[in-house]
Write a protein that binds this ligand. Structure first.
Ligand SMILES: [Zn+2]
Length: 195
């Protein structure tokens, strides 16, 4: 395993990171940043574990993107076009929502399910200031990639029932992307949310 050392852009202390994680975390001052051409300090939120969560804890990173969807034109069979418009006020053809995209490496079906589930049902969690002693999965997806995936999430949400959606013309604007670490526990069935 390769380890690289950088300096925290805020306090100057050295940060050692496994190269797989694109996000650098300063354990001294809590600043998280990425280096993609230049140094960019990230807006990060850390979710707290519920009190009864078992010990096999891990943090999973997600990009949460505040977005606006405008539906220009849609044609579907049997009025199946419901999910996205549930955010819109009646009669409106646009609305704002948080689009969630997993930022760690995971199997595609799981990736899709988590993205859709958290986008449709925003996870309720309390925040905390640090990770404590809980390990975190490496963030492998960059912000720009996540913004591209936001389109995939919108289309997948509407097209998941085959044959229903016939035509969809929409505009998606991603206003910001925040890195959210959500609490999970490892079980025999895989990772399970623990907020
Ligand atoms: Zn620092």
């Amino acid at each position: 395993m390769q380890v690289i050392q950088v300096k925290c852009p805020k306090c100057g202390n050295p940060i050692y990171s496994k190269q797989k994680d694109t996000v650098f975390y300063c354990t001294t001052c809590g600043t998280m940043h990425i280096r993609n051409g230049g140094v960019q300090v990230l807006d990060v939120e850390i979710g707290d574990f519920n009190k009864n969560a078992p010990q096999d804890r891990v943090y999973v990173p997600f990009w949460r993107m505040y977005s606006t969807v405008v539906i220009n034109n849609v044609r579907s069979e049997g009025g199946g076009f419901q999910k996205l418009t549930s955010w819109f006020r009646e009669g409106d053809n646009s609305g704002n929502l948080f689009i969630w995209v997993p930022a760690s490496e995971m199997e595609i079906e799981r990736f899709k399910n988590m993205a859709m589930d958290f986008t449709l049902n925003p996870p309720p969690y309390n925040t905390r200031m640090d990770f404590g002693t809980v390990p975190r999965l490496p963030t492998v997806m960059r912000q720009e990639e996540a913004k591209e995936m936001a389109d995939f999430v919108v289309v997948t949400i509407e097209a998941e029932k085959p044959g229903v959606l016939q035509y969809l013309d929409y505009t998606l604007t991603v206003h910001d992307a925040k890195l959210i670490y959500l609490p999970f526990v490892s079980t025999q069935q895989g990772l399970v949310p623990a907020f």
